[in-house]
Design a protein around this ligand. Structure first.
Ligand code: PMP
Ligand code: GLU
Length: 397
């Protein structure tokens, strides 16, 4: 008998990971697929970080670490938050986990229960709504379309709040849209939250360093909300360390304690070697971060230039992260031979199978008219991929 729990039955698999897997399977069959689906830097982890990991192995960091992470790592994170964000946290407010993904889930499982509402602005990162479901909470979606650069307004937030609202999830710079909230925009949202002192804000700042418009702004800087913001971040994007699996929260002590308890029962502390590598990432030279941002900006400009005059697609220029999120609904209802494109998932599948370019349909991000393209790949790959997309779209009638 195979009978998964109701909780699992209602959970959707991660579409970003599924499309990437499909693309890897086609590649394994010898097909020349260009993968613009998964969002991860294509750079290698910088050498000084790898050296720190090698040293950790030779120094026998092979035992369980403390559940919330090694003290030197939590100290390096507290220092980073002070240095880069002007935020004050003690080391016991910081819990290191196996990735920002786990940190979001830890925080949600720690504070959300049946009947609690979590406000999630759409477009959203695929995993938020599924994690809220895991926590048996209710998603309350606020739609923010392309005409408002995919960002919610204070009035929209105010309207979505009910006595049951437990949390709001913010992501800036955003996956999947690349939008970045300005300080003033965050202040506007904080102003609404000031009137609702029980709402906790999960602020996912994993793309902090991939920001093309200047200094990163965190909602945690505002007095009205700072004692109820959970800052979520990690090393995956800034230091090209997706496989090392290290993320963290910086949170009010009661939430940090709850996440520590949760983690102590189901994962223990994260990988000891990866933690030591992360100490080097936070404490070491930061030029690597700037170099990668510069490369992402060049690629963004290239992708925009190449996509600008593709008929029927419309996009807002991303100001951060490494995604382009065009509206592609002008192609819905069109066909290539017997193949009819009903929605963005059909289009993503068509592009994968005929143009051999992997993308992700927008439905998984709460934006069914859109398609997500990750431009975290080489200029050559991007040029070739967009040419193939252009040709495949032109073949639809
Ligand atoms: N948040 C967002 C918005 C993301 O795009 C990702 C994707 N990697 C994560 C969290 C998870 O990152 P990590 O690799 O640290 O788990
Ligand atoms: N965050 C990345 C993405 O959106 C990685 C995949 C995932 O963790 O879902 O593609």
């Amino acid at each position: 008998m195979t009978q998964v729990s109701e909780r699992l039955a209602s959970l959707s698999p991660s579409e970003t990971l599924a499309m990437s897997q499909k693309s890897n399977e086609l590649k394994a069959q010898g097909i020349d697929v260009i993968n613009l689906s998964v969002g991860e830097p294509d750079f290698f982890t910088p050498n000084h970080i790898k050296e720190a990991a090698k040293k950790a192995i030779d120094s026998n960091f092979s035992f369980y670490s403390p559940v919330p992470g090694y003290m030197d790592l939590r100290k390096a994170i507290a220092d980073k938050l002070k240095r880069e964000n002007d935020l004050e946290y003690t080391t016991d407010q910081i819990i290191v986990s196996g990735g920002a993904k786990q940190s979001v889930c830890n925080a949600l499982l720690s504070i959300v229960g049946p009947g609690d509402e979590v406000i999630v602005p759409a477009p959203y990162w695929v995993s938020y709504v599924e994690m809220v479901k895991l926590a048996e909470g209710t998603n309350v979606i606020i739609e923010a379309g392309i005409e408002q650069d995919f960002k919610i307004t204070p009035a929209q937030l105010e309207k979505a709040v009910t006595p049951k609202t437990k949390a709001l999830i913010l992501c800036s710079p955003s996956n999947p849209t690349g939008s970045v909230y300005s300080k003033e925009e965050l202040e506007g949202l904080a102003g609404v939250l000031a009137k609702h002192p029980n709402i906790i804000v999960l602020s996912d700042e994993i793309y902090e360093h991939i920001n093309y418009i200047g200094k990163h702004e965190s909602i945690a800087q505002f007095d009205a909300v700072k004692d109820r913001v959970v800052v979520i971040n990690g090393v995956s994007k800034a230091y090209a360390m997706t496989g090392w699996r290290i993320g963290f929260i910086a949170a009010p002590l009661w939430i940090a304690k709850a996440c520590n308890k949760l983690q102590g029962q189901y994962t223990s502390g994260p990988c000891s070697i990866a933690q030591k590598a992360s100490v080097a990432a936070f404490n070491g030279p930061q030029e690597c971060v700037d170099e990668m941002r510069t490369a992402f900006l060049r690629r963004r400009d290239l992708v925009i230039k190449l996509c600008r005059d593709i008929p029927g697609i419309r996009f807002s220029v991303p100001q951060g992260a490494f995604y382009l999120f065009p509206e592609v609904d002008a192609y819905f209802g069109k066909s290539a031979g017997a193949r009819k494109i009903e929605n963005a998932s059909d289009l993503a599948m068509y592009l994968l199978e005929t143009a051999h370019v992997a993308t992700v349909g927008g439905a998984a991000f709460g934006a069914p008219k859109c398609l997500r393209l990750s431009y975290a790949t080489s200029d050559e790959n991007l040029t070739e991929a967009i040419a193939r997309i252009r040709q495949a779209l032109a073949a639809l009638e």
